[in-house]
Design a protein around this ligand. Structure first.
Ligand code: BTN
Length: 247
């Protein structure tokens, strides 16, 4: 991973650029990195603010898996990012379901995986990682300022982004090899140990304004969250915006 890197000072979105390269046959492991994105994308159609100082990167993977297994790669990536931030900076990071990397209870990294399938197997997956590395948190809009942080803010100094990308590429590759050799259960275990969601009482906002509340008691092997509702019934939630709340 990262043997071939396409570097830009600005793109619309590194995920879009990686998709274009993948369509043209780019090899597995090809990476796109940009200093800024003019139309950075978050999950659920949200805009992702991508100023200078951040790490905005996308990697092309070509695993031989059914499309339904693609969410596993999101969990795998979360584990790789969390492990890297722990190793490089000794930070106490956690993962909020499905894929936000938190320091304390503030988000420092988001992951957007986009899969493209041909005949019911994955042709390619673009894994987008956005890390607020040397981002000045003062530029965050007021609605996210209490929800987000940056490595610079937490560590009170600028970090070496090149070194971080190198370290992440290595750990990402190791975790991906583990995935390909069929060790997903071990990765899921790491995910559970890093998770701040399991064991918390949460509210998940789904599409069309639907809300489910309950205690997060586990995760299925495809990454769905298992909630125990107030009436003690179990409910599987495949996607949504998750907020930790007091019962
Ligand atoms: C989220 O938490 O909503 C996911 C955010 C993902 C942001 C990254 S930055 C690099 C890549 N390019 C994009 O347009 N988005 C992802």
């Amino acid at each position: 991973i990262g043997r071939e890197i396409h570097y830009f000072s600005e793109v619309d979105s590194t995920n879009n650029m990686a998709k274009k390269l993948a369509e043209k046959g780019a090899e597995e492991g090809t990476m796109v990195i940009a200093e800024t994105q003019s139309r950075g994308r978050g999950r659920r159609g949200k805009k992702w603010i991508s100023p200078e100082g951040g790490i905005w990167m996308s990697t092309i993977l070509r695993p031989h898996i059914p499309p339904a297994d693609a969410p596993k790669l999101t969990l795998m990536t979360g584990v790789a990012v969390a492990k890297t931030l722990k190793k490089e900076f000794g930070l106490d990071v956690g993962i909020k379901w499905p894929n936000d990397i938190l320091i304390g209870n503030k988000k420092v990294c988001g992951i957007l995986t986009e899969a493209n399938a041909k005949f019911n197997t994955v042709d390619y997956v673009v894994v987008g990682i956005g890390i607020d590395a040397n981002v000045d948190t003062k530029i965050f809009p007021s609605e996210v300022v209490h929800l987000a942080t940056s490595l610079k803010k937490e560590l009170e100094e600028e970090i070496d982004r090149v070194k971080l990308v190198q370290s992440l590429s290595k750990i990402f590759e190791e975790t991906y090899e583990e995935f390909k050799s069929g060790n997903f259960p071990d990765i899921l275990n790491d995910w559970r140990n890093l998770s701040t969601t399991i064991g918390s009482y949460v509210e998940v906002r789904k599409r069309l304004g639907k809300i489910v509340r309950g205690e997060a008691i586990g995760i299925t092997n495809t990454g769905a969250l298992i909630l125990e509702l107030d009436d003690n019934t179990l409910r599987k939630v495949i996607s949504g915006e998750c907020i930790h709340i007091e019962k």
